[in-house]
Design a protein around this ligand. Sequence first.
Ligand code: FAD
Length: 401
Amino acid sequence: MRHIIVIGAGQAGASCVAKLRNLGFDGRLTLIGAEPEPPYQRPPLSKSYLMGDMARERLYLRPASFYAEHAIDLRLGQTVEAIDTAAQRVTIGGEALDYDDLVLATGSVPHRLPPSIGGDLEGVYVVRTLADVDAQAPRFAEGARVLIVGGGYIGLEAASVASKMGLRVTLVETADRILQRVASPETSDFFRSLHRAHGVDLREGVGLARLTGEGKVTGAVLADGTTLDVDFVIVGVGVAPATQLAVGAGIDIDNGIAVDAQGRTSVPHVWAAGDCTSFPYRGGRIRLESVPNAIDQAEVVAENLLGAEKDYVATPWFWSDQYDVKLQIAGLNAGYDRVVTRAGATGTSFWYYRGTELLAVDAANDPRGYMIGKRLIESGKSPAPDMVADPQADLKALLKQ
Ligand code: FAD
């Protein structure tokens, strides 16, 4: 009987096995996850779950019974240590498992602060897993002083939750502005104002020099010499694709596990999907860290495992929740040279152009602007920037042309 093994019981791994069964695959199917939890969604970890507004059970992607009902051998709390691609075998502990096809869905690993600057002190957290969040949840007490290192989406979402819960929040960002890696100055301005209006002490262009404390963190020294007293620290300084296993197996890496448009790695019978991969996109190669990408790419891999020969065509979209603002992002803004601001009926959107080509839209509390922008980008249509800037202009009409 054909045996497919999927390594990584996260969003991509869970989507892949579910799709395989949905498509009628009736061979042996094994899903292996290092975490003790059945597959769950990560976005609420820095949003409603951190806030205490979402029950743990609602995080899980499927009911616990789903896996047994679909004859999926779900192995939790088990880390695959090695892959022998010649023998088509993976090793877990002392056990060896043979596969006919293997899918790597190993996700990302958060960057941590080095121990030399206090990164290993008690009270220093990252936000990646349910265990990370459960460990820091008791610290979210009114009046507690939290330092957030990094002004990307995870750091800003954590700042929003902490501020709403009455903590005293300081956020430091080494770059000149928050969200510098991912968004325009206009979007950064919008969120800077939002956080400051909620009392966050947001400092840009200043890095962390070191954390201080005896065993547990009690203070921080910033690069400009400022000292802060802190009760705990959240580090949100990005992630790296989890490629260690693939590297050990001699699989090609290029900013992630390099896959072709159909999800094949450089080694026969080994596929990959989700955060851990880089894949062809518009003549180049990209890596995305998002739920829609993990689901869509994993489902295409499942189809291709069954012979579909289908290319994955990414239609990037993302979201972030901060205070009462829902940010929705369509497209990829890499290479933009102009940003146009549009006032919508309920919010504001920022439209990214390269020359006359519309690349991406950031829509803050503007679901209509987001939907129209997303559909325009996906259909390759670029409204004139002047038209976008005019709040009276009917952009929806362009979709019918
Ligand atoms: P993961 O979900 O990381 O799963 C990979 C799994 O593989 C992990 O459980 C890992 O333990 C396991 N694994 C790794 N190596 C091994 C091994 N050797 N053996 C066994 N198991 C292994 N995306 C959005 O689109 N919108 C959001 O608002 C958003 N918010 C986020 C908030 C937070 C706090 C975080 C952390 C992420 C957020 N993301 C968001 C990103 C999104 O969650 C990820 O892009 C998505 O989870 C990627 O899915 P994945 O399956 O590729 O990786």
